[in-house]
Design a protein around this ligand. Structure first.
Ligand code: S3P
Length: 457
């Protein structure tokens, strides 16, 4: 695939019309070694930073999932040159901060909150107007959390759907005001949108978060030559200070494997009796490893085999074996480090002895689906005892899980993968109603699981 200076083409995630059901079936012990695709968060950022920088950014290991490909298309529509070479390396020739061109058509981010929210921040400091849109799931998700700080910096919302939702049109400005913002929700997307806007502002932009969220934007800002200071703030938070108008310089990015994708074969190996697998090159950024911490507390046998530093991130190979689990209480302050992993943790909890209490899950309600409701409905469809109390999810495990379905996936890749994994260790298997959205983040999920011995049909 080569994308060079074309106008925006339609979203690659044209789902909805043709749901594809599938079933995760009781499987023999999983074995083998796999490498899951590149990290989604780092992949989006590598493309966006490449588009904002001067010179040619080279990216290896980019996740070629639909969400990231839509971000690549948006970069092209804004004037960057983006090209995939035959050897899988991606090259982005950027335009420089403040020099995006006006896109001629709406930017369609498909299913991706990260793509659209980060790009709104990146566009903010350019004197161009752009329309942002997405699929039915993305159109339901809150955008005000990004529009509030961006409008305070000077961006104009020309029009928006009800409640500030997509589709919406922004008019960027070349003289953005530097700004200090305390994020009202723990969100790396909100933080990143403000910091990306701050690149084009004069003076210092400061983001304060009460709970630290994934820090890939901060790391990449430094990697591309910006001046960023990160300090602790309170017991769990951070204060990030960015000096405006840096000369962003193209850089090489080697994208490590996505811990949020590794979570699926990992939990599958923990719950399918006799399993023993290795997942290689997994990014071990401490703001992403809450699931591993929690599973280890539950008794999972997860060994970090070869920890090393690659491209500024710690990566490791993980040996994962079938394990007898016990229920635990997961504290709310751990949520940001495993926010995308609760659906698959709920699956692990279904096989644990006793109750697993997951506290502080309000943000799950505004993901690709209302994940709290989707997980609860899926657990109910599989005969698993659970309840929601406020923002907490409580799952009571049992040695024999019936399975069943069909589980409604609500255009949500992680709901689909989680319940297929549940099916592998269940008595009857689990049917999910649509696996097409798995292509947004983990296009090789089905063949990779099959290579480990998982039975899915
Ligand atoms: C992401 C941040 C998280 C996460 C999403 C990726 C990012 O979202 O759920 O999958 O790359 O910044 P929030 O910022 O909404 O918590």
């Amino acid at each position: 695939m080569s994308l060079v200076q074309t106008s925006a083409s339609p979203s690659v995630s044209g789902h909805g019309a043709d749901p594809r059901p599938a079933t995760g079936l009781p499987s023999p012990a999983l074995s083998g070694k796999v490498r899951v695709p590149g990290d989604k968060s780092v992949s989006h950022r590598a493309l966006i930073f490449g588009a904002l920088a001067e010179g040619e950014t080279r990216i290896t290991g980019l996740l070629e999932g639909e969400d990231v490909l839509n971000t690549a298309k948006a970069c092209v529509a804004l004037g960057a040159q983006v090209e995939r070479r035959g050897d899988g390396e991606w090259r982005v020739r950027g335009v420089g901060v403040g020099r995006f061109q006006a896109p001629v058509a709406p930017l369609d981010f498909g299913n991706s909150g990260t793509g659209v929210r980060l790009m709104m921040g990146a566009v903010a400091g350019n004197p161009v107007a752009a329309t942002f849109d997405g699929d039915a799931s993305l159109r339901r998700r809150p955008m005000k959390r990004v529009l509030d700080p961006l409008t305070a910096m000077g961006v104009v919302v020309v029009e928006a759907a009800e409640g500030g939702r997509l589709p919406l049109r922004l008019q960027g400005v070349s003289d953005l005001k530097a700004f200090t913002y305390e994020t009202p929700v723990p969100s790396a997307q909100v933080k990143s949108a403000v910091l990306l806007a701050g690149l084009a502002a004069s003076g210092e932009t400061v983001v304060i978060e009460r709970e630290a969220t994934r820090d890939h934007t901060e790391r990449m800002l430094t990697h591309f030559g910006a001046d960023v200071r990160v300090e602790p703030h309170g017991p769990h938070g951070r204060r990030i200070t960015l000096a405006g108008r840096p000369a962003l310089k193209a850089a090489a990015v080697d994208v490590p494997s996505d811990p949020s994708s590794a979570a699926f074969p990992l939990v599958a190996a923990v719950i399918v009796p006799g399993s023993d697998i290795v997942i290689t090159d997994v990014m071990m950024n401490p703001l992403r490893t809450g699931l591993i911490t929690t599973l280890k507390e539950m008794g999972a046998r997860i060994e970090t085999v070869a920890e090393r530093t690659e491209g500024g991130e710690t990566v490791a190979d993980l040996r994962v074996r079938y394990s007898k689990l016990k229920g635990v209480e997961v504290p709310p302050e751990r949520a940001p480090s495993m926010i995308d992993e609760y659906p698959v943790l709920a699956v692990a909890a279904a096989f644990a002895e006793g109750k697993t209490i997951m506290r502080g899950l309000a943000e799950l309600r505004v993901k690709e689906s209302d994940r709290l409701a989707a997980v609860a409905d899926g657990l109910a469809a599989c005969g698993i005892s659970h309840r929601i109390e406020g923002d907490d999810l409580i799952v009571t495990g049992a040695p024999d899980v019936a399975g069943g379905g069909p589980v409604a996936t609500h255009m949500d890749h992680r709901i689909a993968m989680s319940f297929l994994v549940l099916g592998l260790a269940s008595l009857r298997g689990v049917e999910v109603d649509d696996v097409s959205f798995i292509a947004t983040s983990f296009p090789t999920f089905m063949p990779m699981m099959a290579a480990l011995g998982a039975v899915m049909a």
